[in-house]
Design a protein around this ligand. Structure first.
Ligand SMILES: O=C([O-])CC(=O)C(=O)O
Ligand code: NI
Length: 235
């Protein structure tokens, strides 16, 4: 049997967002804005289960944890800062230090992770590129985070400040799909098999519409006609 991650990685994040928006009524189509993809294949999506890591200021009473040496195979590492260190507007993070670097990607890749997304800064850009390991973040930095923040929680819910002062929670075990547009989250509760069926159909329908348009058919008329079949998949 093909794994859920393998099936999801066939789709672009746009395809997945179409599924989450049109089938599941998710206003944002699962998209988390303002992330940049720095490394890994420019053609393929990557998908995996979220392995979440929370970073807090160094004076936080919680003990520092080692998250990098127990990354589960197939997982998508998701790193975020505590809420007071997040910003709604650019640069989206209050700290200039980088939370993640090349050695971490080296270890993550060895353990079979599929990618890392950092809601903050990363460093060692050339190392991620040389590894071909997909890394996403808000921005870049050169200084390690050691004196500013530390990882304090693994497999904990992460609150992400999105926009309009709204927080959205990424839970461990949610599916994350990433490509050049950024990342999309599929909540663990969503039936991925049904969602995959919908997305496959929706991609097929869009291909037919593109064919119609190339043959000179008006776009709106073709969309209306071809997309009618998708209604069946949303009930
Ligand atoms: O030292 C750090 O904090 C991160 C780093 O550069 C690496 O993983 O290579
Ligand atoms: Ni480094």
């Amino acid at each position: 049997m093909t794994s859920v991650s393998t099936n999801l990685s066939k789709f672009s994040t746009c395809d997945v967002s179409d599924g989450l928006l049109n089938r599941n009524g998710d206003l944002y189509g699962g998209f988390f804005p303002n992330l940049q993809k720095w490394s890994g294949s420019s053609e393929h999506s990557v998908a995996g289960k979220a392995y979440t890591v929370l970073f807090a200021p160094c004076d936080d009473p919680r003990e520092e944890v080692n998250y990098i040496d127990s990354v589960p195979p197939g997982s998508f590492i998701v790193i975020a800062l505590t809420v007071p260190l997040q910003l709604e507007c650019a640069p989206y993070t209050r700290i200039p230090q980088a939370l993640y670097g090349g050695l971490m990607s080296t270890r993550a890749q060895y353990q079979g992770a599929c990618g890392s997304v950092v809601f903050g800064r990363v460093r060692d850009l050339e190392e991620h590129k040389a590894l071909g390991f997909p890394v996403f973040s808000y921005g870049l930095g050169s200084c390690a985070a050691r004196m500013a923040v530390k990882p304090v929680g693994v497999n904990v819910p992460l609150q992400i400040l999105s926009h309009h002062d709204e927080f959205r929670t990424i839970n461990p075990g949610d599916y994350i799909v990433g490509d050049c547009h950024g990342i999309v989250r599929i909540p663990a509760a969503v039936d991925t098999e049904e969602l995959t069926k919908y997305i496959e159909k929706s991609v097929e329908v869009d291909e037919s519409i593109a064919g119609d348009v190339k043959d000179g058919k008006p776009l709106k008329a073709s969309q209306k006609e071809r997309r009618a079949v998708l209604k069946k998949f949303t009930q």
